[in-house]
Design a protein around this ligand. Structure first.
Ligand SMILES: Nc1ncnc2c1ncn2[C@@H]1O[C@H](COP(=O)(O)OP(=O)(O)O)[C@@H](O)[C@H]1O
Ligand SMILES: [Mg+2]
Length: 266
């Protein structure tokens, strides 16, 4: 068991259920120029879990994921402070390529595919790391097994596909780098409920295969149903955290809206 130093002093990382955390986020703050988007965020991600992040528009959910994958280090103005530790390896100063190489990747909000490229060409953009290129043909087959529809349409241009199919391509692309952790930003945004059900079945399968997942999901009930641990963000701060089986929807709702009950229970 590793020993960490934090503002609380030395401690053996206990984690939930006695497990050693996969990711430990400490005193994480994020800024866009003068605007502060995250305030001293602290949480741990356990190996193999699904952690859901809930919060209203503008609460800082995407910023949190972007911070973890090194996308807040790039520009002149956006930056972060604090630490992101992955089993002793510090990620907070690494660029996105190194973070993907370390095993953390993101399915971004809005998917960000190359609209004029085919399904397979889009998937291949996820395999750009040296350690992934050799394994790419085998990975493609795994993804086509998981998403048969993509296998059938591997030569189709993605902007001719439905939103749900495009979301599957975005998930597949993330899997091409053989990640240990996948961050899913607003997976269900703009998709029909039956499609969202299908997508969460896939997320469940990915998780069953041993991939740790962080999901941002606007549908609170769904977030509670699919996760093992929940964080509620309000105005850039964690106001509630816990096991979804022990949190009731009222408590989460008041934290989400920032009512006194929510704050008191944080
Ligand atoms: N690129 C950006 N430049 C400046 N401010 C931003 C940018 N992206 C997000 N913000 C601001 O940061 C805060 C958190 O945004 P975001 O992380 O996107 O929230 P969420 O994903 O929870 O809706 C908001 O106040 C938002 O306006
Ligand atoms: Mg967002």
């Amino acid at each position: 068991m590793s020993i960490s130093v934090s503002k609380r002093g030395f401690f053996a990382e206990p984690g939930r259920g006695g497990k050693r955390p996969l990711l430990t986020i400490s005193e994480l703050s994020a800024y866009y120029g003068q605007l502060r988007a995250l305030y001293d965020i602290e949480f741990q991600v356990m190996p193999g879990e699904v952690l859901a992040v809930i919060g209203a528009n503008g609460a800082g959910k995407s910023t949190l994921l972007k911070s973890i994958v090194g996308m807040m280090n790039r520009g002149k103005t956006a930056h972060i402070t604090g630490t992101i530790d992955m089993r002793g390896r510090r990620l907070e100063r690494l660029n996105t390529e190194k973070i993907v190489d370390a095993g953390v990747t993101m399915v971004p909000e809005g998917r960000r595919l190359f609209p004029r490229l085919t399904v397979e060409e889009n998937l291949m953009t996820g395999a750009y790391l040296a350690r992934c290129r050799g394994k790419a043909p085998e990975k493609l087959e795994e993804i086509y097994d998981m998403f048969p529809r993509l296998g059938e349409r591997r030569a189709q241009i993605v902007n001719q596909m439905s939103g749900g199919e495009q979301q599957m391509v975005a998930i597949g692309r993330a899997l091409m780098s053989d990640p240990q952790v996948v961050l899913f930003d607003e997976l269900s945004l703009g998709l029909a409920p039956s499609i969202v059900d299908d997508i969460y079945v896939k997320v469940g399968q990915i998780n069953q295969a041993g991939v740790t997942c962080i999901v941002i999901e606007q549908d609170m009930k769904r977030a509670l149903a699919v996760s093992n641990h929940v964080l509620v963000l309000l105005e850039g701060a964690v106001v509630l955290e816990g096991d979804p089986r022990e949190l009731d929807v009222d408590q989460v709702t008041s934290a989400y809206f920032g009512s006194d009950i929510g704050r008191a229970s944080a």
